[in-house]
Design a protein around this ligand. Sequence first.
Ligand code: F6P
Length: 193
Amino acid sequence: PRYIWLSRHGESQYNLEGKIGGDALLSERGVKYSKKLKSLVEQYIPNHEKLEVWTSTLRRTQQTAQYLDYPKKHWKALDELDAGSCDGLTYDEVAEQFPEDFAARDENKFEYRYRGGESYRDVIIRLEPIIMELENQENVLIITHQAVLRCIYAYFMNVPQEESPWMSIPLHTLIRLEPRAYETLVTRIKADI
Ligand code: F6P
């Protein structure tokens, strides 16, 4: 069978502080996950000797891949949804500083585009080359971000695009997708750290 392996980066300093966006490094717990990921890969990925690892260009995904000794590609197209003016803020600060935007996002999370940033729809469009490239690949682990993974996951699960913002992609979990002719099977391997 052909599998596609997905993981969020390990917990970052920004995750701990509840801030969105940025280019933070991993927290201590996030670093533990990066070590654990190496053993999960060796234990669960058949033919992991031939694995390719794709990350975003942001430090937290590359740091999560630091113990994985496989060929790597760093894609700008895998960077987290750009929160524009809200980058680096907590959700409370967004609500305070940009109340109308906060309400608009609540109203339509799929279409809402951050000022100077992106919407989920924008992310889906920029992911197209990644999805195309994935179709030609045998053995890839993608380490990227929450919003990006929601879009990739919804695509393979055949969920309508508009529902992408609500897919549940927890931290510290290796996800295995097995695309079949009429459905995609999914297995979640939770790292116990
Ligand atoms: O909080 C982590 C994070 O990856 C942010 O960087 C990003 O803005 C957010 O999740 C996306 O999730 P949501 O669309 O639910 O705000």
